[in-house]
Design a protein around this ligand. Sequence first.
Ligand code: PLP
Length: 370
Amino acid sequence: MENNNLPDNPYLLLTPGPLSTSKTVKASMLRDWCTWDEDYNLNIVQEIRTRLTHLATSRDELYSTVLMQGSGTFAVESVIGSAIPSHGKLLIIANGVYGMRIIQMAKILNIPYEPYILSEVNLPDIENVRTLLDKIPDITHLFIVHCETTTGILNPVREITALAKQYNKTTIVDAMSSFGGISMDIYDWQIDFLISSANKCIQGVPGFGFIIARKDELVHCENQSHSLSLDLYDQWKTMEGGGKWRFTSPTHVVRAFLQALDELEEEGGIERRYERYSRNQRLLVDGMLRIGFTPLLPDFMQSPIITSFLSPQQEEYSFVKFYNLLKENGYVIYPGKISTANTFRIGNIGEIYPVDIEMLVETIHRIKFW
Ligand SMILES: *Cc1c(COP(=O)(O)O)cnc(C)c1O
């Protein structure tokens, strides 16, 4: 869907969010909404909640979606700060920045936790997780990131949650950068709390996150929150009352999100979007290999969301110069974020098509200054 009366963006964002959105998503924000009647609460907020639950599972009667103001981290913190009781313990699997952030949260919130930390280029080992669950029986909850956006690695969530369920643990999955871009049924995947946000694969603009959770788990969150504004249970109960938010809701962002959901449907749903992202990612890696770059991860670990490449070794190379030249030519990329290698990252989610990736590779080849 295109609206050619609207101005073009000066560049494409090849980043993992905020990302490039369609003109029609941006255009849907050009009006104001009141927040106490059906136009907004019922036709937009409740509609979004119902659709998200349905996108996540065919067993949608067992789950409910809670929208939470703020960036994705706020939604994660609302789950971490609301779901683990004082006698509980959280097993945190971390192989990147977003896993490590949960350790920081647990420390600040005084939540008992057990870290399982890996390097950014390693997948968690099922047998190591089993050993931890055997050795530490007071673990009640398990946290894992699906696509670790730090590198683009795709963690084996389904295997890990299946194991956690053998031990009767509650499962919390950060699917921030994958939900909407990779198919999953969270009932089959045995996920109790799934967290994502508006500005990733659904292709909305930033301003809120969402939690799709089992209702029987949400009920347990009552009176457990370490925060007033991030109280997941309270937010859920209030929203259940006709789509009301407890505090000011980001109305324009929410309206744009509904437009983004319509456009996901128009594209053919998550499967079709996954195919587009996968084609983008394949073209990117093949093209970059052709012009002399090396991806950080082997193919079997790689998500179709974002790819890390090793920085060129030549002395003349500088990321800032590379970044600025690319930006002048219409593309914004991302610096690397890992401790063991010099990298940069290129995301391929958002309103990005194979032709954009082909032109990007051509442009990189043309501006190469090292
Ligand atoms: C984007 C992202 C988040 C949230 O980051 P914010 O900057 O708070 O939006 C969390 N986890 C992962 C894996 C992400 O990609």
